[in-house]
Design a protein around this ligand. Structure first.
Ligand SMILES: Nc1ncnc2c1ncn2[C@@H]1O[C@H](COP(=O)(O)OP(=O)(O)OP(=O)(O)O)[C@@H](O)[C@H]1O
Ligand SMILES: [Mg+2]
Length: 338
């Protein structure tokens, strides 16, 4: 599958995974992959954290208005980003429903939190309702939502169906219905899962995948396996022999350090490979591998490396995949969960 095909299967792509596995980085990499393929992308940050703009070398927090993160380059699309926090979404909802004057007062007095507590899930519905509005209204090719961390992602995406069960009539029900329709339509929305090749994140991503499938009926695009150690041929060779072949004699302490480093790296790579296999057995979704980058900071150049790796993974996918029933987790074909 080519990156344009992958990025245009659905207008909305929700990036979800456990805390710290690289959701924000992957969201940025997807946007860059889309931009490099000539598509325009809007990145939506639902938590209002600083991670997303930092990846683009932008040192201010994002706002509710769209900000251009990467301007259009020849042959490449624009990347914009914005926040869409529950407070933002609620304010807009109230203003649109003729309550402009009281809305800010409600927000500043904290009365909103009382409402949110009384109607669980209302905040998620408001955010996703607004996402739906963007999905239907804007001229952007792809909207990427950097979702909250795994446990909360499930709540975030299941709130709408939960509300449908408890709220029988009225605008909240209508909004919840719209959100359910959006999330469960494989032609409109997909979730891209992210994990690290480690035991707990793998367990959690498998659990999240099943919950999202069962409770939301959302289509799962693929699972990004982030932070894979790139293979380094020759690590199993003895450093003393390699040095000798080059006419070098290394001190014993240095040789021991080299051996220890090689052992560590090979050991980690073997553990990662084990988790990748376990993930493949537990979750019948295509995997998109991303390398671990040995750098102190992931910025725009690194996002470029990850976007190219992502594009390579996408190209290796079968053409007709995703946004179809083949993109769903079919429990009957799955071996025991971890
Ligand atoms: N492939 C990678 N190579 C090296 N560092 C990475 C890679 N992917 C992510 N990181 C780094 O790991 C850290 C966590 O990544 P990121 O912020 O994207 O995770 P997250 O899932 O969005 O976290 P949170 O749940 O806190 O929002 C960041 O410092 C990021 O720069
Ligand atoms: Mg993040």
């Amino acid at each position: 599958m080519d990156p344009v095909g992958f990025c245009t299967q659905t207008r909305l792509l929700i990036v979800a995974g456990k805390g710290g596995v690289g959701k924000t980085t992957v969201s940025a990499a997807v946007a860059r992959m889309a931009a490099d393929a000539g598509l325009s992308t809007l990145l939506v940050d639902v938590e209002g954290k600083g991670g997303l703009p930092a990846v683009f070398g932008y040192d201010e927090l994002l706002g509710y208005e769209e900000t251009v993160m990467a301007p259009q380059r020849p042959g490449a699309g624009e990347i914009r980003a914005r926040t869409l926090t529950p407070d933002d979404a609620l304010l807009e909802y109230l203003e649109e429903h003729g309550m402009r004057r009281i809305s800010r007062k409600l927000l500043s007095s904290g009365a909103i939190d009382v409402v949110a507590t009384a109607v669980p899930g209302i905040k998620d519905i408001l955010v996703l309702g607004k996402v739906k509005q963007l999905e239907q209204g804007s001229a952007i090719d792809l909207i990427v939502v950097d979702a909250p961390a795994a446990g909360h992602a499930v709540t975030f995406l299941t709130s709408a169906s939960g509300l449908l069960d408890s709220v029988r009539v009225g605008p909240i029900r209508a909004q919840a219905q719209d959100v359910v329709d959006l999330l469960s339509n494989p032609a409109r929305c997909q979730v891209l899962l992210v994990t690290l090749p480690e035991e707990t994140p793998v367990n959690e991503v498998v659990e999240t995948a099943y919950k999202l499938e069962d409770r939301v009926g959302v289509s799962l695009a693929a699972v990004v396996v982030n932070g894979l150690y790139p293979p380094r041929p020759g690590l199993d060779a003895d450093p003393a022999e390699v040095a000798e072949r080059q006419g070098l004699r290394l001190p014993a302490t240095e040789l021991e350090q080299l051996r220890a480093a090689a052992r560590f790296r090979l050991g980690r790579a073997a553990l990662q490979a084990e988790q990748v296999t376990r993930l493949a057995r537990s979750l019948p979704l295509p995997q998109l591998p991303l390398p671990y980058l040995f750098t102190t900071e992931v910025g725009w150049p690194e996002v470029g490396i990850l976007a190219r790796a992502l594009a390579a993974g996408v190209r290796a996918l079968p053409i007709e995949r995703a946004a179809s029933s083949s993109g769903t987790v079919d429990a009957s074909t799955v071996s025991p969960r971890p």
